[in-house]
Design a protein around this ligand. Sequence first.
Ligand SMILES: Cc1cc2nc3c(=O)[nH]c(=O)nc-3n(C[C@H](O)[C@H](O)[C@H](O)COP(=O)(O)OP(=O)(O)OC[C@H]3O[C@@H](n4cnc5c(N)ncnc54)[C@H](O)[C@@H]3O)c2cc1C
Length: 570
Amino acid sequence: MTTRESRCVGYLFSDRSHETIMTPEMFTAEQRALFGAVAAFTEKEVVPRRKEIEAKTPGLMAALLKKAGGIGALGLDIADEHGGSGTDKTTSMLMAESISREGGFAVSFGAHTGIGTLPIVFFGTDEQKQRYLPALATGEKLAAYALTEAGSGSDALAARATATLSADGKHWILNGQKQWITNAGFADVFIVFAKIDGTQFTGFIVERGMPGVSIGPEEHKLGIRGSSTCTLILENVPVPVQNVLGEPGRGHRIAFNVLNVGRLKLGVFAVGGVKSILRETLPYARERRQFGKALIEFPLIREKFATLLADLYALESMGYRATGAIDAYTAETGKGMEALEELNIESSILKVFGSELLGRAADEALQILGGYGYMEDYPLAKVYRDVRINRIFEGTNEINRMLVPGVLLKRAMKGQLPLMDAFQAASASVSLPEDVVDRATVQARTLALILTGRAAMQFMQGLEEEQEALAALADIHQAAFGLDSVRRRLVQADNQALHLPLARAYAIQEMDRLIARAGRFALDLGGAELHAELAPLLAPLPVSRTAALREVATRYVERGQYWLGAGTVA
Ligand SMILES: Cc1cc2nc3c(=O)[nH]c(=O)nc-3n(C[C@H](O)[C@H](O)[C@H](O)COP(=O)(O)OP(=O)(O)OC[C@H]3O[C@@H](n4cnc5c(N)ncnc54)[C@H](O)[C@@H]3O)c2cc1C
């Protein structure tokens, strides 16, 4: 029997390399069928209505979400006894990938099924679950999550909304305004965070029909215009005491753990988003001719596709490795919420890497379309506007970058991760394998261990203030996670030939980025001396990047599609 890796930062431990990680090649027939059904729903019901969605046609978004409920797409994270299908995280993330073709719809869907519904799934009482989840699973009721206020965005715990107990002790009286709430225009159920007596940050379930609840006008946004974004206004709203979510004063656990899932989901949404952008751009590059040739014949155009495909392969590998680890942890312990918490470093990495790759994909695809890409008649202009938000919500990328080493070191200090010995043992004179993917993985892991250990020693408690160092470490850990996930996926694959071009191209381009990032950081941290000490780890892979990317492009053009992952028969 194989052991299934289920613990956080597995990518830092070479002795876990024998453990199986979840990969898209392991999707079951059932999971693939579900992916197909939801992708067909998106293709038939959502994509043709892009313009109407974008114009916020009254009632359309709520109707589409209800239709998604009709095919079971809203209830995957909800247990059977509460009207859902209680599937594993991998299946529910797979569905997030398949539904991601239209930005506005994807965000509304994510807000309902994720941050809107999961607080009740994870923290609700039995009575709350019975009362709300069946209707949220079908879409009869729709949900929103209300944390942000005008004065508190990233600093969410500085919220000013208040909750005061009524004289008869039966209600909490809520006052305040929650800003930029996705789905607020039509949601029936709001997860609201307010401070009891102005101090104890607490979650509440608020219903649209409660007296004193009102909704501000729709915001005019740069992108995802089809999604509803409004202010939720609470004026002396009497919320029954039974509607407190979790423990009073422990709302931060709900707020942050649920955002964790949102981050993971955003990474997987980005897998679908990048695939969709590539799928829509290739036909144009084949048809459009300049200088007597189709654009796809030009090496610089092919290089754009290849670079994106290689990073997509890595994002997909990291994403499903994380969902698989969560499922394995849940199976071992029976604790779903703790499983998500265990993988929160990976979730932040996925959010950052996914949102930035998606942004690059939209940007490069628009470039491939040239001036036509800039015209609103072509879909890329809208996609370009839509994807920008992903770097801002679910915790900005700055905040998520800081969380990666922050959480890691906290766990290491508490002895929850056996990292102190690993920091000490890591050495730049480690022997480097010849194979480029293996070698890049060792280089990245060793750099991550040495530089994290050095930074922790040098700055001690002051590291929190060294934001540039934290951001550099986050990127270094992203490279280590990406390379280790790609290497293990390659090793586990039955047909390695299908994976090899993508794995090699990713290894080479990721190493180039890592060398720049880690090299600069080494100079910041220990000057020329540390840089020289790390020289073997900062050396580029001794192979041609151009040749590796050309091979990916050739495969892509021959096959006409990304040839791995969900929705593709290899
Ligand atoms: C379209 C849309 C939909 C949204 N949907 C929801 C929703 O459904 N529910 C909800 O509760 N909220 C929602 N939000 C709010 C969103 O979560 C916040 O916008 C986000 O958390 C960032 O907060 P802010 O915009 O106030 O930016 P700020 O926190 O003011 O940040 C501004 C800039 O400063 C940086 N920054 C902040 N703090 C630090 C720091 N300590 N160190 C370094 N840099 C820092 C940020 O990274 C950012 O670049 C939505 C926002 C938008 C735009």
